[in-house]
Design a binder for this molecule. Structure first.
Ligand code: ZN
Length: 202
């Protein structure tokens, strides 16, 4: 049991909620809670409303499973994108990282995770069924496997390659310029661009 904090129940509750956020330890949670207590009503209200409306408005694109305010998402709706290529990533943040390089003009599919037997995540727990339905209805000229280069990402890429290759589509994997263990969202633009340009048949 942690020491009881000498403060009010309402502040404690906020500190507890903030501590659950990624990258925020108990000290930061305390600092943010007391900052908000001192901040003007407007600021606290605007933060609370931003969180609530994000939860109400954000949904998954029915085509690519990326997060979006409107369905289909802006990338799927964009007539300028190359509809013959689909890049498969683990997380919405990976789409942001790849879009930032400007090297890719095709479409995406967001899996929302990777297969990880050690963490009990199976193929049915991520958006693979949606991907297969999509590919069966709309064949792609190239499917680019851009999962992370760690164990889970590699396992997921291999699993997808075995499913997609028999459908008669070209399957590529990002080049090895990305060091093993790299999470795409943290790769720098140059490395990510090179990995894209050097992608190879998988
Ligand atoms: Zn979409």
């Amino acid at each position: 049991m942690s020491q009881p904090t000498p403060t009010t129940g309402a502040i404690n509750r906020l500190i507890q909620e903030l501590s659950k956020l990624p990258g925020i330890g108990p000290k930061s949670a305390q600092r943010i809670a007391f900052y908000l207590m001192r901040a003007g009503d407007d600021q606290a209200k605007s933060l609370a409303e931003a969180i609530t409306s994000m939860k109400q408005q954000v949904r998954l694109c029915s085509v690519c499973c990326n997060v979006t305010d409107s369905d289909p998402c802006a990338i799927c709706r964009n007539g300028q994108r190359d509809r013959t290529r689909i890049c498969i990533v683990e997380q919405p943040q990976d789409v942001i990282a790849i879009e930032h390089t400007g090297v890719y003009k095709g479409l995406y599919h967001v899996l929302h995770g990777a297969i990880s037997p050690t963490e009990g995540v199976g193929a049915g727990d991520i958006r693979i069924k949606e991907l297969l339905n999509r590919l069966q209805n709309n064949a792609a000229a190239e499917v680019i496997l851009a999962t992370n280069t760690n164990l889970e990402g590699e396992q997921t890429a291999l699993y997808l390659q075995r499913l997609i290759t028999p459908l008669g589509m070209k399957v590529t994997r990002l080049a090895r310029g990305l060091p093993f263990g790299t999470e795409l969202e943290y790769a720098d633009d140059m490395t990510l661009t090179r990995a894209f340009e050097g992608r190879q048949e998988f």
